[in-house]
Every structure is written in structure tokens, then in C-alpha cells.
Ligand binder design. Structure first.
Ligand code: UD1
Length: 417
């Protein structure tokens, strides 16, 4: 159990380097098995989910080591194509190894990732895409067994731009004979990062960032290296913290275009935002006004992962903020916890209404999930008195050295393990 202790109402000031993206690292780690070559990845955050992906790679026979923020992988020694349940259950996104394994080995066997705190999270779109590429898939409710003598290029139309399904299809399509065209693909920056990595491995691939991705021939080429893109959700969290606590924070090593919708709402709420290509400065008096309505959507819309942290920033904003969650069915789990701080929030189904209160007060909270936990940190930083967040390891799944990064900005926060 981890305990986050926060004494709130400290202004945040200074510069902070934003970590590399968890959600870009995970599919790239899976993609590293596509060809028997060595690769080096830089700016990889040191997180539990990254560690889980490295253990999966080692279990498959690869060499996979992390030193600081650099990861070394040699998949030339890959010797297996099945992932045991104990490793699968650690991280839902390990399902992304399905496409990579079928591409490299023509076979993959893994247990179903199951649901999670945010809702059902089925993988029907992943499996449908792999089947269209020619994979034979058997499921018995607990295990998936996927085989293919030869995948073939085809046109796949996604009814919804699922990030994970797009990634799985991109990975598998690399091994297909002939061209694959993905229509209605997800457009997230992490998809572009995966395309860049696959390109460096030897794939002929283009279109990521639009809703049509083309994957052609794959000719493995020597060793490769790639720098992981900055984490737009961690950047959003820090921006929301600065906005609600007040202060003057410079986010460095980021791409502000990746979370421009978040910066847009913070600006509307009264923050002064100045961006360059690789930084954003957020100046805030801490007295915000309500914004909205905020509606979560696939990229380039407002990110569902930033919804809880923006909600936290609006708790003391003058007026009422409406938030509509369209991606996950169960993404207001933070609300009852935020209410313990004195927040005035109602929600019904997928819509929440935040009515700003003049003051929040510290309380004992329990982190519900990764971004829900982050929202409690943002709220605790602007609450009067001490907040203690009891967390079963959710927050450190996605936030690297978050307490020390916030302390460097003047926050009174420490993590007790
Ligand atoms: C990724 C991110 C996650 C983010 C989400 C949406 C990673 C590791 N995780 O998750 O942080 O919140 O994108 O931006 O990158 N769906 C189906 N069938 C499927 C797949 C998805 O119905 O086969 C539904 C899901 O239940 C969910 C919605 O589609 O309601 C979005 O899911 P998806 O885009 O696939 O998210 P993930 O890739 O799981």
C-alpha cells in the first residue's frame, strides 16, 4: 500500500521535465519483437507497467533491460509465443502482444485481459481486425489462441477508433502478404509514435495521425533506436495542478499540440498559457472560472484520461462545469472521493456537474484507478490542510517520481511506501 501525504494550498512555481509516455512505450515494447534485431529506446519512464512489459519480453526469451530511462531489447533470442496468466493480469494493455506475436511467430497464446475499473473494456475490435488479416482465433472465455499460416493484406474498417485495436492491427499487418489499409483508425500521438518505430524496424507504413493507415511490405533492417514521445496525460495533470493550486509552471520536453484541448480549457478558465514547440508555461492566480461543456472524445478531441484531472482543477472554479464522458462507461469513480474534500459534484450516467466551492479541505481518500488517483493529487494540492491518499499502486503505474517532481515545484507532498 502506498500513502500520498499532501499539505495543500502551496503555489507551484518553476520548471519541470515531463516524463516519457507510458501509452507510447507499451506498444513499442511489444513491437520490438517483430523482427530479430536489437533496439534501444530512450526516455522510457520507470513504471510498473513498463516493468511488466519487460518481464513479458523476457518470458518470451528476449533480452530486455532498463537502465534509467533507456531500455535495451534483443529479440533475436525469442523462443516462445505464450504469455502466462500471472503476467497478463498485471497489465490490461499486454493484449497488444497478440498482434506482435502473431506477426513474428504465426502463433500467440495468452489469457484474456478481462475487465478493469473503467468498465468492461472488450477486445472484440482487436480480434475482428486480426481475423480479417487471416488469423484463426479460438477463445474459451479465459484464453485466446491465435494462429495463422500466412496473414494477408486487406482493408479493415473500424466502427470505433479504438487505440489498442488499431495498434494490434498495425503490428499484425506488418507480417501480412500485400497491403493492408486501416479505415477509421485511432489518430492518437501514440499511434504516430508506433508508426515511426515500425518504420525504423523496416515496415512500409504511412498515414498514422489520420484515420487511414496503410501498411505494406516489412523488410527488417539492422538495429534501431527510438526516443519515446512525452506523456501528454502527465503534462495535462501537471498543468491542471498548476492551474488550480496557482503559480507559474513551465512544462518542458513536451509537445503542447498533443494536449491542446486541455490547455484550451485551462486558458478559458483564466490561466495564462504560453507555448513553444517543446514547452508550455501555465500562469494561474488559482482563482478559476467554470468552463465547458467538456466532452471526452477520441483524439484530437478532449482525452478521457485527462477528464478526472480537469474535473479536479474545476472544483473551486466559480460557476458550474459540465463534463460528459463518452469513451468509458465508468469513469467518474473519483467523484465520491473528491466529495470528501468538500467538492460539490453530481453525476448521472455519463454526465457530471461540478459546482465550484470557495474552499476544499484535506481528507483521507482512497485512489480508485490511475487517473482517478491523479485527480485526487490535483485536488489535494489546492485543498486546505492535509490530504492522505491511500493507493494500491494505481498512481505509480503511470506517474514516474511524481512526488519529487511536484516537490521541486514547491508542493508539500511525499509518498510513503
Ligand atoms: C488506450 C489507453 C488508455 C485510454 C484509451 C482511450 C493505452 C495503454 N491505454 O486504451 O489510457 O484511456 O486508449 O483514449 O494506450 N472498445 C471496444 N472493443 C474493443 C476495444 C475497445 O468496445 O475491442 C471500447 C472500450 O471498451 C472503450 C473504448 O472502446 O470504451 C476505447 O477503448 P480503446 O480506444 O481501445 O482504449 P485502449 O486501447 O484500451
Amino acid at each position: 500500500m502506498e500513502l500520498w501525504h499532501i499539505r495543500g494550498e502551496k503555489r507551484l512555481c518553476g520548471a519541470v521535465q515531463v516524463q516519457g509516455s507510458k501509452n507510447a512505450s507499451l506498444p513499442i515494447l511489444a513491437a520490438s519483437i517483430l523482427a530479430p534485431q536489437r533496439c534501444e529506446l530512450y526516455n522510457v519512464p520507470q513504471l510498473r507497467d513498463v516493468d511488466a512489459a519487460l518481464r513479458i519480453l523476457r518470458c518470451l526469451g528476449c533480452v530486455a533491460e532498463q537502465q534509467g530511462n533507456t531500455v535495451y531489447i534483443d529479440s533475436g533470442t525469442l523462443s516462445g509465443c505464450s504469455i502466462p496468466h500471472s503476467l497478463m493480469e498485471e497489465m490490461r494493455s499486454s493484449v497488444i502482444f497478440l498482434g506482435a506475436l502473431i506477426a513474428r511467430c504465426g502463433e500467440a497464446r495468452l489469457s484474456l485481459p478481462g475487465g478493469c475499473q473503467l468498465g468492461k473494456r472488450p477486445i472484440d475490435l482487436h480480434l475482428a481486425a486480426l481475423r480479417e488479416l487471416g488469423a484463426e482465433i479460438e477463445e474459451d472465455g479465459t484464453e485466446i489462441c491465435c494462429r495463422s499460416a500466412r496473414l494477408h493484406g486487406t482493408e479493415i474498417v473500424f466502427p470505433f477508433p479504438s487505440v489498442g485495436a488499431t495498434e494490434n492491427a498495425m503490428l499484425a499487418a506488418c507480417a501480412a502478404k500485400g497491403e493492408t489499409i486501416l479505415h477509421g483508425a485511432a489518430r492518437e500521438p501514440e499511434i504516430v509514435a508506433l508508426q515511426d518505430f515500425l518504420g525504423s524496424l523496416g515496415a512500409e507504413i504511412s498515414g498514422a495521425g489520420t484515420d487511414t493507415i496503410r501498411i505494406g511490405a516489412f523488410r527488417p533492417c539492422g538495429s534501431t533506436a527510438q526516443r519515446i514521445i512525452p506523456d501528454r496525460i502527465v503534462a495535462s495533470t501537471l498543468a491542471c495542478a498548476a492551474a488550480s493550486a496557482g503559480g507559474d509552471v513551465m512544462l518542458q520536453g513536451i509537445d503542447p499540440r498533443h494536449f491542446s484541448t486541455v490547455l484550451y480549457f485551462l486558458n478559458k478558465a483564466g490561466c495564462d498559457i504560453m507555448s513553444t514547440d517543446h514547452s508550455a508555461r501555465i500562469r494561474s492566480s488559482g482563482r478559476l472560472c467554470a468552463v465547458g461543456p467538456v466532452v471526452t472524445e477520441p483524439y484530437p478531441g478532449f482525452p478521457t484520461d485527462a477528464q478526472p484531472v480537469l474535473m479536479a482543477a474545476m472544483l473551486q472554479a466559480r460557476g458550474r462545469t459540465l463534463i460528459r464522458e463518452t469513451i468509458f462507461e465508468n469513469r467518474f469513480r473519483q467523484v465520491p472521493e473528491l466529495r470528501r474534500l468538500g467538492a460539490d459534484i453530481d453525476y448521472c450516467g455519463r454526465t457530471a456537474e461540478v459546482r465550484g466551492v470557495p474552499r476544499l479541505h484535506g481528507a483521507a481518500l482512497t485512489a480508485t484507478d490511475l487517473r482517478g488517483g491523479a485527480s485526487m493529487i490535483v485536488a489535494g494540492l489546492s485543498a486546505q490542510g492535509e490530504t492522505v491518499i491511500c493507493d494500491d499502486g494505481h498512481i505509480t503505474r503511470g506517474y514516474e517520481c511524481f512526488d519529487s517532481r511536484l516537490r521541486a515545484l514547491g508542493a508539500d507532498i511525499w509518498l510513503e511506501r
